[in-house]
Design a binder for this molecule. Sequence first.
Ligand code: SF4
Ligand code: SF4
Length: 86
Amino acid sequence: MALEKSNQEQEPKGRIEIDEERCKGCYLCIRACPGGLIEAGLRLNGAGYYAAVPKETLECTACGMCWQVCPDSAITVYRNVKEETP
Ligand code: SF4
Ligand code: SF4
């Protein structure tokens, strides 16, 4: 039972990807994420911005707040959907 629970806790609800080359470094997504799961990256992109990057975490809920505020459509949100076994 404890093992089952621990496996469930490891299953993230969602995750995001940020297209670093589209990012303009406005950091609206960092302010919008309720869990503080996005940070400024350390690498300059081709346009000379420090693109935002998702933190290494399993806490993303796929709420979409970061996606909603991004003016450059640089963020893709993926929601984990549990597959039903027949
Ligand atoms: S809101 Fe979009 S453009 Fe602004 S820092 Fe986040 S990913 Fe980059
Ligand atoms: S989808 Fe929600 S929880 Fe996940 S990184 Fe974006 S704002 Fe944060």
